[in-house]
Every structure is written in structure tokens, then in C-alpha cells.
Design a protein around this ligand. Structure first.
Ligand code: F6P
Length: 407
């Protein structure tokens, strides 16, 4: 018989627990482990006869709400127990599990199976705020305006905060920063099956499908002019609608763009063809800022500032435009943008990033190591896109065509 384990997620709402649970489940499945997630929220939504999205439902003073949520938790624990009593190997209990009492009860339900608690925290206020906004736009809150939904979700969180007890006495626990994707603390007192695998995948980015697209042609592109905030040309709009057609059969809930018009314009027709797709503009994905050279053509730079043009040619990665950026100084912000993408995107969903030439090169090299001097020359056309897939066994990327239109 294979080893069995109960993984229990712990954390306040919007801390990335379900994303982590899905990632663990999916990866262990690849290892042919029989794993199942038991999500309390799903049971609550199925059983509830009335609306349970109002914040008061989650108040510790609302005895009816407390009893109902405890009932859902018990149902899930019973389901998890019978799953493990049959041929199940890993049961993941996905809920807040914020009190010691609740966690003790989980331990008591599985007296002979080790329980590993995984607590998800996130200290990055900006990313958390973005995640709250995204959650507020979900179907559960569709009867409210965005502001009302946000207020409602924040009130729900504050009820959980009132009773939140961080992990401490639990024999086996691990605290994870779900934004940074790193382990902050671990305490392991028993033999925990699959533990090495679990630790590895907590810290590894797994990508089912990531479509890395460059914006369509702009007026600046026609003139070989850099930077700025130019609009798409007719050709650029044609590329955007070809992309929209091409991706219409793929489910994309969020498109991540920069805050420049050309990426948002290219993303808009794609979003329109989807059923409920949000565009999230991340300034971290803005194109390299060329400082004193912004809005100039490469030829003008060569003629008017030959020292800049030549210095950049001799060390393109390390060169920083006067008053602007270089590849070397973009590295951190682009990496942070990617962390936001993974934090905001549900694990199961495909990801589309609509970026720029230099930014997309940096994104690609963040996943697939390239010696730094090669990065500024990675091919980044406007009539094709990169398709990335990464799991613990392989990393794959492919340059694909979405239209026959010439670049
Ligand atoms: O020309 C388009 C552009 O996105 C510019 O805005 C940017 O400065 C440039 O490409 C980055 O490419 P490279 O590093 O090769 O100059």
C-alpha cells in the first residue's frame, strides 16, 4: 500500500491557498499519486439555500453561519476520510482552517495518517490589493458593484482576521509566501510522504499554458521609432483581430498587458471574444524606457548620439539609456510582474501576456535561462507568439504563428 497523507491548507482569504492546492494536486497526479481536493467553499455554495456571499455570514458572532460552515467542514472531512479509506493517497483539505480548534479536529479525524498543514501568507500589500480586486470581480459578487464587492470581501477577511491563529503547535507545518513562491518556515516532526516533492513544487513555477504575445504593429514600429505610447496601425488592428479569432477557442480569463496603449489595444479584441475576460495592465511590463532616446528612431540615435548607440551595441544587456533603463535594470520589475501574474491567475487557467519586444525577451529568459548577452537578441516578431509549458518534468517553448499576415 502506498503512503497516505492529509494536506490541510491554512490562511486568510485571497492568500493563494486554492492555487497552491491545485498545483500540489496536479503535480502529484503526474507522479501517479491518487490525490483529491476537498474545498469547503464549494460544499457551502452547493448546500446553501440562501446567499452566503454577504460578509455577515462569515461573522464569528453569527451562530447560524458558524454552524453551517462547521457542517460543510465536517462533510468535507468525512469525504476525505472515505477517499483515503478507499484507494485515495493524498487528500487536500482546502479551506481557511484559521483556528487551532478546527485544525485539532482535522488531526483527530485522521489518527493514523500524518497531517501536513500548509499556511499561505503574503506580505506584499500591492499584490494583495490587486488580488482582492480580481476576486471582487468574480461571479459570486456579480450582483454587486466592484466597490461594494470589494468592501464585502474586505469585511469577510476582517471577520477571519478576528479569529485567526497562525500555525504553531501543529506537529507538521510549513509556512509559504505565496507571492514570492518561497518557504518561510517549516517544522516537521513525523515522516511525511512526498515531502521532498511538495517542497520542490511549492517553490517551482508550473505553467500549463502561457501565451507570450507581442503587441501588434504601431505607427512607431513603421518608422523604427522607440518607446513612446503609439497607437496600432491598420495592420496592428488586423493582427489584434487575427489573435482574437485564433484564441477564441481557448479559455483566457485574464489578459495581462503593460500600461501602454499598444498592448491594451491588441488585447481588447481578444478579451471581447472571450466569455468574461479581464484585462489587467501591469506597469511592470512596460517597455524598456529609453530615457533621452525615447521617441527617436535608431538612425537618429546613431546620428545625433553616436556614443549612446555605440556603447549600447558593445554591451546591449548592461547598457542603461541616460535617464532611462537597460535590460539589466528591467530584470527586477519584469520578474515582479511575473510574480503578480502567478499570484493573480488561478492555477488551472491559461495565461496570456501581451507585452513588448524587450519585456517579452526578459519574460522568456526568466523561464528559460539564457546567458545575459544573448537576451537582447531573442527573436520577438509581431506575427507570431511563444507558447510556454512548464511542469516538474519538462520545460517547453515554441514559436507559433497565428496569422499569415507578413510582419
Ligand atoms: O522598437 C520597439 C521597441 O519595443 C522599443 O520601444 C524598444 O526600445 C525596443 O523595441 C527594444 O528592443 P531593443 O532592445 O532591441 O532596442
Amino acid at each position: 500500500m502506498k503512503a497516505k497523507i492529509v494536506i490541510t491548507m491554512v490562511g486568510l482569504p485571497a492568500r493563494g491557498k486554492s492555487t497552491m492546492a491545485c498545483k500540489i494536486a496536479h503535480t502529484l497526479e503526474l507522479d501517479e499519486v491518487k490525490v483529491k481536493i476537498f474545498n469547503n467553499g464549494e460544499v457551502r455554495r452547493k448546500l446553501a439555500e440562501e446567499d452566503t456571499s454577504a460578509p455577515e455570514f462569515f461573522s464569528p458572532d453569527n451562530l447560524k453561519g458558524v454552524a453551517f460552515r462547521e457542517k460543510c467542514a465536517r462533510i468535507n472531512l468525512d469525504l476525505a476520510r472515505s477517499f483515503l479509506e478507499n484507494d485515495g493517497e493524498v487528500a487536500i483539505v482546502d479551506a481557511g482552517n484559521v483556528t487551532r480548534q478546527r485544525r485539532r479536529r482535522i488531526g483527530e479525524t485522521f489518527p493514523s495518517i500524518p497531517v501536513l498543514f500548509i499556511e499561505c501568507v503574503n506580505a506584499d500589500g500591492e499584490a494583495l490589493e490587486a488580488n482582492l480586486k480580481r476576486k471582487a470581480s468574480l461571479k459570486e459578487f456579480s450582483h454587486l458593484s466592484l466597490e461594494e464587492a470589494l468592501a464585502s470581501f474586505l469585511a469577510r477577511i476582517s471577520y477571519y482576521e478576528r479569529i485567526y491563529e497562525p500555525l504553531h503547535e501543529e506537529r507538521n507545518h510549513i509556512r509559504v509566501d505565496s507571492f514570492e513562491g518561497c518557504i518561510l518556515q517549516e517544522k516537521i516532526s513525523d515522516m511525511i510522504p512526498y515531502y521532498d516533492r511538495i517542497r520542490d513544487l511549492i517553490t517551482t513555477r508550473i505553467v500549463k499554458n502561457l501565451y507570450l504575445v507581442r503587441h501588434g504593429e504601431t505607427y512607431y514600429n513603421l518608422e523604427d521609432r522607440i518607446g513612446g505610447d503609439s497607437n496600432l496601425t491598420d495592420q496592428g488592428w488586423a493582427q489584434a483581430s487575427a489573435l482574437a479569432e485564433y484564441f477564441s477557442t481557448v479559455r483566457i480569463p485574464i489578459i495581462f498587458t503593460s500600461s501602454c496603449q499598444r498592448t491594451v489595444q491588441t488585447a481588447a479584441p481578444i478579451a471581447e471574444k472571450q466569455d468574461h475576460c479581464t484585462i489587467i495592465a501591469l506597469p511592470e511590463f512596460n517597455e524598456i524606457h529609453a530615457g533621452v532616446c525615447e521617441d527617436m528612431t535608431y538612425q537618429e540615435i546613431q546620428e545625433q548620439m553616436p556614443s549612446v548607440a555605440n556603447a549600447r551595441k558593445s554591451n546591449k544587456y548592461g547598457y542603461v539609456y541616460p535617464g532611462g533603463e537597460g535590460y539589466v535594470t528591467m530584470e527586477k520589475r519584469v520578474h515582479r510582474g511575473l510574480q503578480k501574474v502567478f499570484y493573480l491567475n488561478s492555477y488551472d487557467d491559461d495565461i496570456l501576456i501581451m507585452g513588448h519586444r524587450a519585456v517579452n525577451r526578459m519574460i522568456l529568459s526568466d523561464f528559460f535561462f539564457r546567458p545575459k548577452q544573448e537576451v537582447p537578441y531573442i527573436y520577438m516578431p509581431q506575427n507570431r507568439y511563444y507558447h510556454l509549458q512548464i511542469d516538474p518534468y519538462k520545460k517547453h517553448f515554441e514559436l507559433k504563428t497565428y496569422t499569415k499576415t507578413a510582419n
